[in-house]
Design a binder for this molecule. Structure first.
Ligand code: 4NP
Length: 162
């Protein structure tokens, strides 16, 4: 199973989601069985590490984002990943432009895809303060926890029985 989390810049939300997901997966029975990456629909921050506020927030929760580098979503990602999971509706629209109709079936908003009953979008913290980053962390960590449960319990994960 290969999961790609997508936001706009790939320096705030999706690296935080990637780190939270890795940490939850590593602590689960799925350790080593799920590939996780992140990308941005935009190209402003290519090659850059995550925003220092994202790094600090994740570090406060025991997760190191320092080695991640921003990259842009590409058409080939739809072949390389099983699910492309977007932070918000704008990311979903932009990502859909790169996908064929069939590939769009594996494109989703991350929070509802993970089974979240609350917010549908992860709010962009880029122009906000550290409290906005903490809010993003609580959303992506809860989504990571639900994702582990989803992959463990749903046969469509390709993990059950493999
Ligand atoms: P992200 O946040 O999409 O969560 O990485 C942003 C980062 C950079 C910009 C916008 C959002 N930007 O406009 O440069």
């Amino acid at each position: 199973m290969r999961l790609l989390v997508v936001c706009l810049g790939n320096i705030c939300r999706s690296p935080m989601a990637e780190g939270a997901l890795r940490a939850r997966l590593d602590a689960s029975a799925l350790a080593g069985r799920v590939q996780v990456d992140s990308a941005g629909t935009g190209d402003w921050h290519l090659g850059q590490p995550p925003d220092r506020r994202a790094i600090a927030c994740a570090a406060g929760h025991g997760v190191d984002l320092g080695s991640l580098r921003a990259r842009q979503l590409q058409r080939q990602d739809f072949d390389a990943f099983d699910w492309i999971l977007c932070a918000d509706e704008a990311n979903l629209r932009d990502a859909a432009r790169l996908a064929t109709a069939t590939q769009r079936e594996r494109l989703a908003l991350y929070l509802p895809w993970s089974g979240g009953q609350g917010e549908r979008a992860i709010p962009d913290p880029y122009t906000g303060g550290s409290d906005h980053f903490e809010q993003v962390w609580s959303l992506v960590d809860a989504a990571a926890e639900r994702t582990v449960a989803r992959l463990l319990h749903h046969a469509d994960s390709g993990i059950i029985g493999s």
